[in-house]
Design a protein around this ligand. Structure first.
Ligand SMILES: Cc1cc2nc3c(=O)[nH]c(=O)nc-3n(C[C@H](O)[C@H](O)[C@H](O)COP(=O)(O)OP(=O)(O)OC[C@H]3O[C@@H](n4cnc5c(N)ncnc54)[C@H](O)[C@@H]3O)c2cc1C
Length: 287
């Protein structure tokens, strides 16, 4: 492995300076469950690893009146061990509980899952259906982008030179809201999704006032299936209406065929998983 420097900055400014200095020869380190495996496999050459866990904003869970702010390097177990997070962010918790096994969950973060930008990443679709905003810091200050704009291709994200992800800001829903995430894997655990779906919905007077569906492993990035989601808004969440959303999600999916699944198999899985995750979100929301 190419020798590299290890930095553990304690402030956002210090981190952006190091990242800017090294450009694409530097990588952030959160849990390290992707980046260290990739560095060892010589997927890229590194001159610097920037461990972001000593920056206080990166590992905190902060509640405001309107949002939960999750530090980008917060490990998965912190999320599913928090009963308030479990109550209010069920889709996120489904994902955090699925990533690897317990050892991985004790290190791996949602920020790392997102920045790694794998099309089959288990957290990204849940972040999308929970309407997450990415809080980014860089040499020119801070900026925010919707999480669905973060992944730009397999392994590629929207961060510019010197920028890094500070936190994930997720709105608190006051009404009858819930979400769910499910993936299909050929084995029972520790595998990469062949196809996966997250869905969320909010109810008002028995009708769906908002709905979001996101698809994983069926395109070069996780997909926010906006046109499918909109089909349920203003409607009653009947089996027939949910079926229409599932069929649209199947149309939107554009998977490749590989050793893990054919195009047809993956598209069929998307239809089934969309139906299941909407039904689960509905049940959780009390509908
Ligand atoms: C045995 C095993 C099983 C796994 N199972 C799953 C699974 O079931 N589902 C799944 O989705 N993944 C799985 N993974 C992959 C990995 O665990 C997850 O993607 C995890 O969420 C990555 O988080 P991390 O904190 O370890 O990221 P890291 O490895 O620290 O970082 C990942 C990438 O994001 C960048 N990065 C990290 N933090 C920031 C930041 N704040 N700002 C900018 N860039 C940043 C890094 O530079 C790197 O490129 C598995 C990995 C292993 C080794």
């Amino acid at each position: 492995m190419h020798p590299f420097n290890y930095y553990a900055p304690e402030t956002i400014n210090e981190a952006t300076e190091i990242l800017k200095k090294y450009g694409d020869r530097a990588r952030c380190l959160a849990g390290g469950t992707d980046v260290l495996v990739q560095a060892r496999g010589e997927k890229f050459e590194l001159d610097a690893i920037v461990d972001v866990k000593k920056i206080p904003q990166l590992t905190k869970l902060e509640w405001t009146d309107s949002h939960l702010i999750i530090g980008a390097a917060t490990p998965c177990h912190v999320l599913y061990e928090d009963s308030k997070v479990c109550d209010l962010f069920p889709g996120i918790v489904d994902s955090a509980f699925l990533i690897g096994g317990i050892q991985i969950q004790s290190r791996a973060s949602l920020g790392g899952n997102l920045c790694n930008a794998s099309p089959s990443a288990d957290a990204i679709c849940s972040l999308i259906v929970h309407e997450t905003t990415c809080e980014i810091a860089g040499p020119n200050g801070t900026r925010e982008i919707p999480v669905e704009d973060m992944c730009t291709g397999p392994g590629k994200n929207a961060l510019e030179n010197g920028e890094f992800l500070v936190s994930l800001k997720i709105p608190l829903k006051k009404g009858e809201f819930s979400a769910s995430y499910e993936r299909f894997i050929p084995r029972n655990e520790m595998d990469i999704a062949v196809a996966a779906v997250a869905s969320s919905l909010e109810l008002s007077n028995g009708k769906v006032s908002s709905c979001r569906v996101a698809l994983a492993a069926v395109g070069p990035t996780p997909i926010f299936a906006k046109e499918a989601s909109e089909l349920l808004v203003g409607k009653e969440p009947t089996d027939e209406n949910i079926k229409k959303v599932s069929e649209k999600a199947k149309d939107i999916a554009s998977p490749i065929a590989d050793m893990r699944g054919t195009v047809e198999h993956r598209k069929d899985l998307i239809e089934v998983l969309t139906r299941r995750t909407i039904s689960k979100a509905l049940e959780r929301a009390g509908g």
